[in-house]
Design a protein around this ligand. Structure first.
Ligand SMILES: NC(=O)c1ccc[n+]([C@@H]2O[C@H](COP(=O)([O-])OP(=O)(O)OC[C@H]3O[C@@H](n4cnc5c(N)ncnc54)[C@H](O)[C@@H]3O)[C@@H](O)[C@H]2O)c1
Length: 251
């Protein structure tokens, strides 16, 4: 049992950027057949090209995870192209609007719930039957520290991420004896385009101080946990929520 994934097909949604791209890089270098899925098809193709350029195997596919039919087509693409499906990382997400609950824009609420919550459900809904058919598999849902604590101004994001932690437990119970493990991860604030392009330096300095380590994490530090949970090394781990937060929630 090791961290190799020779010949195993793994879909990563949001694979064009940040945590998703770092996860694709590591899985691609570990022998997996990567399906890089993103609404940014050019970005997904660039990531797939990077993997193949480094000697790995990868395909790019366009998906909008907030749209059930699009997610179903993504899973079909993976199975038709590669002959099966072992893993899924439900990673695609958006930060959502920042406003207090009493002023939160209704369309912004629907958008963040569609992508960050329903998108994870759709991924499991269409991938799990393929994994059961294949005799097993592993799913990692990317939640957040905001899947267990609140963050003023982010009711949509916080609600979606708490929901992801819950649906992870539910699916894990349902498929534990059918060979499919389902776990979630809870990253602290991570340097990716989501954070680096939307938060000014002063806000980032405040957020650095909220992590016991005094800094935000890197996409690679999150990818390392995701890859471990996908692997056979994590064979007795299912239904759990794993923090990778530099001590943010310890204080
Ligand atoms: N960066 C952080 O601080 C942080 C912390 C905790 C959790 N997360 C979570 O990690 C995940 C990845 O975030 P990131 O920081 O790497 O962000 P990012 O913005 O760098 O990457 C997100 C990717 O998701 C894609 N995407 C967005 N909406 C999509 C949709 N509807 N369909 C398909 N693809 C879509 C984007 O095109 C992009 O490539 C998200 O679920 C996010 O909530 C991030």
């Amino acid at each position: 049992m090791d961290l190799r994934f020779e010949g195993k097909t793994i879909i990563v949604t949001g694979g064009a950027s940040g945590i998703g791209a770092a996860t694709c890089d590591e899985l691609g270098a570990s022998g997996a057949v990567m399906i890089v899925a993103d609404r940014d098809l050019a970005g997904a193709q660039a990531e797939a090209d990077r993997i193949t350029g480094a000697g790995g195997k990868a395909h790019a596919v366009a998906v909008d995870v907030g749209d059930a039919a699009s997610v179903e087509a993504m899973v079909r693409f993976a199975v038709d192209r590669t002959g099966g499906l072992y893993g899924l990382v439900n990673n695609a997400g958006i930060g959502g609007r920042i406003a207090p609950t009493g002023e939160y824009d209704l369309d912004a609420w629907k958008q963040v719930i569609d992508i960050n919550l329903s998108g994870v459900f759709y991924g499991m809904r269409f991938a799990v039957p393929e994994m059961v058919k294949a005799g097993g598999g592993s799913i990692v849902n990317v939640a957040s520290i905001l899947g267990s604590v609140g963050f003023a101004g982010s009711v949509g994001y916080v609600s979606a991420k708490h929901g992801v932690v819950g649906m992870t437990k539910n699916a894990a119970l349902e498929y534990a004896q059918k060979g499919v493990r389902v776990n979630s991860v809870g990253p602290g604030f991570i340097h990716t385009p989501m954070v680096d392009t939307s938060l000014d330096k002063a806000t980032q300095d405040i957020l650095n101080g909220k992590h016991a380590m005094g800094r935000m994490g890197t996409a690679e530090e999150v990818a390392a946990l995701i890859v471990f949970l996908l692997s056979d090394r994590a064979s007795f781990i299912t239904g759990s929520y794993h923090l990778v937060d530099g001590g943010y929630t310890a204080q």
